[in-house]
Design a protein around this ligand. Structure first.
Ligand code: OGA
Ligand code: MN
Length: 300
């Protein structure tokens, strides 16, 4: 008897050679994936923290959501505040737009064209998202690169006394501004880190899946190490931030149309360069929830 077996090639993994990151080839994210393919991607994600899938230009927003769902339930995008273009409403609820493009004077998406400072997404929440996928539809000719930093390595390469000193310390993560520096609705400006409003997390966090320790810094502005004096907290955080963003711990993504980047939000940080406001950058984004899918209040 002849059996027909559906052949799915196992994707190829090419490591970046930097502190994190790998390219995954021989996979079409718009097709249903086999168990073996999903297992291979999950394994590469756990090992390399940030994955890049190039040449996915035919991927639909529904396909992006279906692919992302293999890694956990997805958060829904924030409900339109009125400041965003209503073009969002036509997209599936799990899709957020990251863009500087304006329609009738209103932004089509979040984060504009300025720098997005180093951050881990939404750590001002008690349960920050597990990861995110970002899919490039339009990219500027220069600028707008995204840098990623390996927070396992950041922890492991700290001087051992400093690693001991921070064990058990907790830090408050500012909810008031997004990574583009914009004050969120409902927040007042605060410049005193001791008055920061947001979730409190240990500086040394343990990854829920891998059990490995990593540094959890969130974002620098208004960050405060609970129970230290302001000057002690500032000095400690400056030291940790300088270390965690050293180029040797990072990998840079120079975008091409059709790239999908997928990052582990528990053990990485990212930063985006500014770009020429006269050029267009348009990305679709999904966010993998921490546990039970919740409506994400605010974009990262
Ligand atoms: C994000 C983000 C950076 C970028 O989507 O969370 O920070 O390169 N994006 O657009
Ligand atoms: Mn982000």
């Amino acid at each position: 008897m002849i059996q027909t077996v559906e052949i799915h090639r196992v994707p190829t993994v090419a490591v970046s050679g930097a502190a994190l990151g790998a390219d995954i080839a021989d996979i079409d994210l718009n097709e249903p994936l086999s168990k073996e393919q999903v297992t291979a991607v999950k394994g590469a994600w756990a090992r390399h923290l940030v994955l890049r899938f190039r040449g996915q230009s035919h991927l639909t927003v529904e396909g992006l959501a279906a692919f992302s769902r293999h890694f956990g339930p997805l958060d829904k995008r924030p409900t339109a505040s009125g400041s965003m273009s209503s073009a969002h409403d036509k997209l599936p609820p799990e899709i957020t737009v990251i863009s500087n493009v304006k329609i009738d004077g209103k932004p089509l998406g979040a984060l504009g064209d300025g720098e997005a400072v180093w951050h881990t997404d939404m750590t001002y929440n008690e349960r920050p998202p597990k990861g995110a996928c970002l899919y490039a539809m339009e990219v500027p000719p220069t600028g707008g690169n995204t840098h990623f930093s390996n927070m396992y390595l950041a922890y492991e390469t700290l001087p051992s006394e400093l690693r001991q000193d921070i064990e058990g310390l907790r830090c408050v993560h500012d909810a008031s501004r997004n990574s583009a520096g914009e004050l969120r609705l409902g927040f007042t400006d605060n410049t005193d880190p001791r008055k920061t409003i947001g979730a409190v997390h240990p500086l040394v966090s343990v990854h829920a899946d891998t059990g490995r320790k990593c540094l959890l810094l969130g974002r620098r502005r208004n960050s405060y190490v609970v129970d230290l004096s302001l000057s002690e907290s500032e000095a400690l955080l400056d030291r940790l931030w300088a270390h965690a963003t050293e180029p040797k711990l990072t990998w840079t993504q120079v975008w091409k149309v059709g790239d999908v980047m997928m990052w582990d939000n528990s053990c990485t940080m990212h930063r985006r360069d500014s770009f020429d406001p006269a050029s267009r950058r348009l990305m679709y984004r999904t966010q993998i929830a921490a546990g039970v899918a919740a409506c994400s209040e605010l974009i990262a």
